[in-house]
Design a protein around this ligand. Structure first.
Ligand SMILES: [Zn+2]
Length: 68
């Protein structure tokens, strides 16, 4: 992955913290948080890694952002 965080410019390939991982029918969903606080949801499947959603640099309570 060669993209960078639009909020702080850090490489997406080096997330600050992996928040959680969830197995899905097609692979895995990984929630990661950038050092700036931006939460990102990635889908990891046979075709590689895809960014599903990316939040802004807003701090949310630990463990409170996972719908699964
Ligand atoms: Zn960032």
């Amino acid at each position: 992955m060669t993209s960078v965080c639009p909020h702080c410019g850090r490489p997406d390939g080096r997330p600050f913290r992996v928040v959680s991982r969830h197995a899905t029918a097609s692979g895995m969903t990984v929630w990661v948080r950038c050092a700036c606080g931006s939460l990102q949801i990635r889908e990891v499947g046979p075709a590689g890694v895809r960014v599903v959603s990316r939040g802004g640099p807003v701090l949310v309570p630990e463990g409170g952002g996972c719908p699964a």
